[in-house]
Ligand binder design. Structure first.
Ligand code: ADP
Ligand code: MG
Length: 233
């Protein structure tokens, strides 16, 4: 569904992405992990077309995304830091997005409800706590029932109950055959969700393995321990 082929992105002389190649198929939930500054967000932004690679290409459903934008209708994106018009209320942000995406029907409002957003609709974005802002971002990512979900540190700042709600939603969407790409520093929360792991370091994709292969290779059940083993080697 998404193919990256020898993708390199430089900021000045610094290589944020160094010859990254991989394939992400539908029905999978792939964890994108690696230290701070390893290129995870840059890779995500390249897939979204917000960062343009210097070389290599990315295709979405068999089509090169370069100079394309309609494929983005099929992606729900939750940014690491959501930025919104701060004077708008939650309700206004939701309607604005529905207008922009030109979609009023077939909406998936599960998270809007599960996060209790209907009770907060008249609150202005600038008054929201970090966690509530994250809830709005998550609800927006799933709202248009997209085929692909790209979630950049989605649970950062969420309370445990909200994090659990989001996890269950991610699992449910994956089971429906969607593709979920997720970054997180909390490896323990990924255990139940992910089918595969991409590990990045200094702009390079060190490996992309299925969770079974990772468990077999390392003899560890838990993702955190499996990764620790690989990094020691
Ligand atoms: P991660 O998400 O893995 O923490 P990023 O993809 O955000 O890492 O960043 C990778 C590296 O690229 C970092 O060193 C970051 O400072 C650098 N970088 C990212 N975006 C830009 C930019 N727009 N201009 C210059 N450097 C950038
Ligand atoms: Mg990042």
């Amino acid at each position: 569904m998404i193919i990256a082929s020898s993708v390199t992105k430089k900021f000045g002389r610094f290589k944020a992405l160094d010859n990254v190649s991989t394939t992400c198929n539908k029905g999978s939930c792939i964890a994108l992990i690696g230290p701070n500054g390893s290129g995870k967000t840059t890779l995500i932004k390249s897939i979204l077309g917000m960062v343009v690679p210097d070389s290599g290409f990315i295709s979405f459903n068999g089509k090169n995304i370069r100079k394309e934008w309609t494929y983005r209708e099929q992606i729900g994106y939750m940014p690491q830091i959501g930025r919104y018009p701060e004077n708008m209320t939650i309700s206004q942000v939701l309607s604005m997005m529905k207008d922009i995406r030109n979609k009023q029907l077939g909406l998936d409002e599960d998270l809007v409800k599960a996060f209790g957003l209907p009770a907060l609709l008249n609150k202005r974005m600038r008054t929201l706590s970090g966690g509530t802002r994250q809830k709005v971002s998550a609800a927006l990512a799933f709202l248009f029932d997209p085929l692909v979900l790209i979630l950049d540190e989605p649970t950062a700042g969420l309370d445990p109950v909200a994090a659990e709600i989001l996890q269950e939603k991610i699992i449910a969407e994956k089971e429906k055959g969607k593709l979920v790409l997720i970054t997180s520093h909390v490896l323990s929360e990924l255990d139940e969700m992910v089918t595969g792991v991409m590990y990045m370091q200094e702009g390079k994709l060190l490996f992309h393995k299925s969770i079974q292969a990772l468990r077999e290779d390392t003899g560890e059940e838990k993702l955190a321990r499996a990764i620790a083993r690989i990094m020691v080697k």
